[in-house]
Design a protein around this ligand. Structure first.
Ligand SMILES: C[S@@+](CC[C@H](N)C(=O)[O-])C[C@H]1O[C@@H](n2cnc3c(N)ncnc32)[C@H](O)[C@@H]1O
Length: 425
């Protein structure tokens, strides 16, 4: 009896959950029997939701929290906002006046409360943004507060969860990390089908417009039957404008062909020309960067080799959004059926990926939600929650878009759990 009590006492550590969001850290640590004594979250709706799920109302803006009033705790968890550090953000880092400096609020609390352990999560780009200065700030900050620190990049796939989502996990301990080693990546990558099989009735199906455009690309694949890692730019089929050297005059440019082979000959100004160029070539009046140039070369070459088919095929693409006429195949080459894959309508084009793993859930856009080809539908909120190991939560935000956004921001609770299990002794 005495022993059990003692064990429980040793195991139950007190933690704070900063930038709490949906509570990925909370779920991961409470599964180990640890107790959350304070959380902080800026978003009012997420605060109320946290209260419903965990019976604890988070404090608001961390910048306004008096560190002296933070309850004593053994573990500090923080998934500080990644917007300024992610690829989609501006990569400004510590000089970003808003979120980039929030790491200093973490340090302020650590300095006052000296928790034994710190567990942080972010995007791997924090290693390199601002020429590595931000990372220097994080690592030196922890060292000067007296912590030994280590970090590792994981994706849920390393833990048998079928989502590609590279994130950096940082652990720090005031008493050193001799006791700690990182969880070993699992050999099984997990099955997306298993998640989809649990699917609920709340399914959002593809619009007929998107189905039509995907069927169109399916025809393309069946007829062309060749795969490249380069994106295919359908608007280059028939185009002849120079894309590597700039043309000086409108008159000269008007002798070429623009998007889908439309003649530029009636153009009177650069604005007229640009209206007829593919979107990717407009900023530079035709001239593009190295990566786009490679894709253009490949696309024009394809066109020249399959002109007869493509001249017909391209006809009803001209009025479609630019991102629908760009196509990337990262799927199975021996099963070239789009509908047996995961599909994403990304700002950078349509991407088809193998059906065994979901792409990273992202917070900023619901239009890029992964589509499950075999059922011609988007992944459901419950499936997205399972990909973040947060399906046990009882309450989610009210609208689907708020759910996807919060899940796209969240830390995977299972990864947190597995790291914390080894870190917190
Ligand atoms: C990357 S998300 C972390 C998500 C969380 N780890 C989870 O599992 O859901 C960052 C969170 O920090 C919150 N946030 C941003 N600025 C904040 C601030 N100044 N004070 C407190 N929370 C803030 C955002 O609203 C967002 O929910």
């Amino acid at each position: 009896m005495e022993n059990t009590k003692l064990e429980r006492k040793i195991k139950n550590k007190r933690f704070v959950d900063l930038f709490a969001g949906l509570g990925g850290f909370h779920v991961g640590l409470s599964r180990l029997g640890h107790e959350c004594v304070m959380a902080s979250e800026l978003d009012v709706d997420l605060r109320e939701l946290y209260k419903k799920n965990f019976d604890l109302l988070p404090e608001g803006d961390i910048r306004l929290i008096d560190e002296k009033k933070v309850p004593n705790h053994d573990v500090l968890c923080a998934g500080f906002p990644c917007q300024p550090f992610s690829r989609a953000g501006k990569k400004k880092g510590a000089e970003c006046p808003e979120s980039g400096k929030l790491i200093d609020d973490i340090f302020r609390i650590v300095n006052e409360k000296s928790p034994n352990y710190i567990l942080l999560e972010n995007v791997p780009d924090i290693l390199t943004i601002a020429d590595g200065n931000f990372w220097g700030h994080v690592s030196q900050g922890l060292a000067s507060l007296g912590y030994e620190m280590d970090y590792k990049i994981y994706t849920p796939q390393d833990f048998g969860i079928p989502q590609k989502r590279r994130r950096i996990f940082i652990v720090a301990s005031r008493t050193g990390l001799d006791h700690f080693d990182w969880p070993k990546p699992s050999k099984t990558k997990g099955s997306l089908k298993a998640i989809f099989n649990k699917s609920s009735k709340y399914k959002k199906f593809l619009t007929s417009e998107k189905e039509v455009v995907l069927n169109k690309w399916q025809k393309f694949i069946e007829n062309i039957n060749e795969f490249s890692s380069l994106p295919i730019l359908a608007s280059e089929f028939g185009a002849t404008y120079p894309f590597q050297k700039s043309v000086k005059t409108v008159k000269e440019m008007a002798t070429y062909k623009g998007a889908f082979g439309q003649p530029l000959r009636n153009s009177k100004s650069w604005d007229d020309i640009c209206d007829l160029l593919p979107k990717h070539a407009r900023d530079g009046n035709g001239v593009v960067g190295h990566r786009v140039a490679e894709a253009i070369e490949y696309s024009r070459d394809l066109y020249n080799r399959h002109k007869k088919f493509l001249d017909q095929w391209k006809l009803d693409l001209i009025d479609l959004p630019a991102s629908w006429v760009k196509f990337e195949w990262q799927g199975n080459r021996n099963n070239p059926d789009i509908w047996q894959h995961i599909i994403q309508f990304r700002a950078s084009g349509i991407r088809v990926i193998k059906p065994d793993c979901a792409p990273s859930l992202i917070a900023m856009s619901t239009t890029q939600l992964p589509i499950y080809g075999p059922e011609r539908r988007y992944i459901t909120t419950r499936e997205a929650a399972a990909l973040q190991s947060l399906d046990e939560l009882k309450n989610f935000p009210k609208s689907d878009s708020a759910i996807y956004k919060a899940l796209g921001n969240a830390v995977n609770a299972h990864i947190v759990n597995k790291i914390a299990e080894r870190l917190i002794i």
